[in-house]
Design a protein around this ligand. Structure first.
Ligand SMILES: *[C@@H]1O[C@H](CO)[C@@H](O)[C@H](O)[C@H]1NC(C)=O
Length: 255
C-alpha cells in the first residue's frame, strides 16, 4: 500500500525535472530568438486570451509582441474571423422568427469588429505598450480605420433581413462625428443606433455600460438575437443576447 504514493512521488519528481529541463531549453531558444517553442508559448497565451482564461491584461507579454503582431496581420487572423462570421450566417439561417415588427435587433462592437485599429497598433508597440487613450483617440479622429471586410458583408446581410442594427462602442461620445464619418467612408450605413459613452458612462466598466444599453433596448421592446464583438465585456452581462460571437483580438483587453 505504501509503495503507491512513493511511486507517484517519484513520477512527480521526474515530471517536474522534465518540465524544468524543457523550460530551460525554452529559455535558451528565446535567447537565441529561435521560433518554435516561443511560438508554442505565445500561441497558448493567445488562445487563453480568447478563451477568457487570461483576463485584464494591460500589455501583451514582451516576448510575444512579435508573435501577436504576426498573428493579427496574418491570413490566420482573417480565416479565424471569417469562420466566426460563417457561424453567424449559419445561426441566422435558422435561429430567428423575425416578426417584421421592427423590434428584431442585432448588436455590433465598432473597433476591431466593424473597423480595424491594427494600423494604429502597428505604429504603437502592437499591444506591448500600455494603451494610451490620448494617442488612440487622436488616431480615431483621423477616420482612417479600414473596414473588416468579413463583418462588412454580414452587416449588410443582417440589415437587409429587416433586423435593426445597434452599434454599441466604448468610444467616447466626443468621437461621434469622426466615428460616423469613418464608418460611412468604409461602407457602413443604415444602422438604427450608434451608442457611445457619455460622461456618466465613463465611470462604469465597459461591461456594465454595455449591459445597461442592452437593458434600455430590451425595455423598448427589442429582441436581441445576437452580439458580435472582439471583447468579452461586449458579450457578457445581463440582459444577454440569444447568441454571442467573439472575434479574435489579443492586442488589448477592455473590462
Ligand atoms: C500618450 O500620447 C500622447 C499623445 O501622443 C503623448 O503626449 C503622451 O506623452 C502619451 N502618454 C504616455 C504615458 O506615453
Amino acid at each position: 500500500m505504501a509503495r503507491k504514493p512513493l511511486l507517484i512521488l517519484a513520477l512527480a519528481n521526474l515530471l517536474i525535472g522534465l518540465a524544468d529541463a524543457d523550460w530551460n531549453i525554452l529559455n535558451q531558444k528565446w535567447k537565441n530568438a529561435r521560433g518554435d517553442s516561443l511560438k508554442n508559448y505565445c500561441e497558448s497565451w493567445r488562445i487563453n486570451v480568447e478563451l477568457h482564461n487570461i483576463r485584464e491584461f494591460e500589455v501583451v507579454p514582451q516576448e510575444c509582441v512579435y508573435y501577436i503582431k504576426k498573428y493579427m496581420t496574418s491570413s490566420q487572423y482573417k480565416a479565424d474571423s471569417e469562420k466566426a462570421i460563417e457561424e453567424v450566417t449559419l445561426y441566422l439561417s435558422s435561429c430567428c422568427s423575425l416578426d417584421g415588427d421592427g423590434k428584431d435587433a442585432w448588436i455590433f462592437d465598432v473597433d476591431d469588429t466593424l473597423i480595424s485599429t491594427i494600423p494604429y497598433f502597428k505604429k504603437h508597440g502592437f499591444g506591448g505598450e500600455k494603451l494610451n487613450s490620448t494617442s488612440l483617440e487622436a488616431w480615431m479622429k483621423e477616420t482612417k480605420a479600414p473596414a473588416l471586410d468579413h463583418t462588412l458583408k454580414l452587416f449588410h446581410q443582417i440589415k437587409d433581413n429587416g433586423v435593426k442594427i445597434f452599434l454599441i462602442s466604448s468610444r467616447s461620445e466626443t468621437l461621434r462625428s469622426p466615428t460616423v464619418d469613418n464608418l460611412i467612408k468604409v461602407g457602413y450605413h443604415g444602422w438604427a443606433g450608434l451608442i457611445l459613452r457619455g460622461l456618466d458612462d465613463e465611470y462604469m466598466q465597459v461591461q456594465e455600460y454595455k449591459s445597461q444599453v442592452r437593458k434600455r433596448l430590451v425595455d423598448q421592446g427589442y429582441r436581441i438575437w445576437g452580439i458580435i464583438g472582439d471583447q468579452w465585456s461586449s458579450l457578457k452581462g445581463l440582459p444577454d443576447a440569444k447568441r454571442t460571437f467573439k472575434l479574435p483580438n489579443s492586442i488589448y483587453y477592455l473590462s
